[in-house]
Design a protein around this ligand. Sequence first.
Ligand code: AOF
Ligand code: ZN
Length: 369
Amino acid sequence: MNSNDHAWMARALQLARKGLYTTHPNPRVGCVIVKDDVLIGEGWHLRAGEPHAEVHALRQAGEAARGATAYVTLEPCSHHGRTPPCAEALVKAGVGRVVAAMQDPNPQVAGRGLARLRSVGIEVSSGVLENEARALNAGFIKRMETGLPHVRAKLAMSLDGRTAMASGESQWITGSAARAEVQRLRAQASVVLTGADTVLMDHARLTVRAAELGLDDELTQLALQRPPVRVLVDGRLRVPLDAPFFQAGPALVASLGNEPAARYQAGGHELLALPTPEGRVDLPGLLRELAGRGVNEVLLEAGPRLAGAFAAQGLIDEYLLFVAAKFLGSSARPLLDLPLERMREARELRIVDIRAVGDDWKITAVPQG
Ligand code: AOF
Ligand code: ZN
């Protein structure tokens, strides 16, 4: 290992992050090419169908790539997908060394890219800043490894653990900085998922709105390029088609039957029948269906019943809990409806991050075990 490997990989990760809002279903990938400790090329993947990070970086480096080191946040691909294999491009350019942050979990690649590089005598190492690289593409990795998307549940409560007033009023518990953060979370997700209760009670639209993102112009443009698909779980089709949610654009509705499909289609929406034998909407089935459509990341913004159902079935990978520094006093609406009785049934979490967002706090926690 070279003493500057971490620093160059950190630069490659920084580039990869520019794809935060646009690459899905593809992963976010960055690449830098370095010779004699000088940067000679850099690139990142913008969107599916367009050149991979390595191709941009090699183009910039030109002839100087011969004998240079390429730092890539994901193993260079070995397959012919929408674009030709990056491993071949690196071989052809004559790079002397390739450092990857992690192996590509895509079964079409899965080590074959690194093996191809090694086979022609290129020095190869993998695992530099691997945790950071994995965190950036948690959704892509989860989908490739399990056929399910990464589900991130966004919840908000007051310091006394309340989510609404006795009157039912619940907007806005958190401040504008937290709301901007939620806008960015929506923009980076492939899907924003909600339930009929939330849409009916809060008149929620679940859209991404330029003015509320709190990003500079360049990132705002990127964030608006691929808005997330809005998915509504509405078993009995309680949300009327003239609700703000449907008026805000096309949506996917998961229900128990697809009887009035034509009415939804006329409005540009898709109705998906996903009943379980018990007469519930099949949530794992819905997630599998979404992953099948290339969805890496789902942001779940739902009320206690739907969020509780996802949690009870072990479908949530990450909780983002916004805590507002105020007391609401009421005992209305829990955060999650979980049918637990005894302490030994309690769901254990591990808190992985706590940070201030404006006047609120954001707690990131993952299920234990
Ligand atoms: C890389 N560099 O920048 C990216 C990679 O359909 P394609 O051709 O875009 O291929 C998509 C697959 O390529 C994707 O599933 C993942 O395995 C890999 N992504 N690989 O070498 C990149 N974005
Ligand atoms: Zn590639």
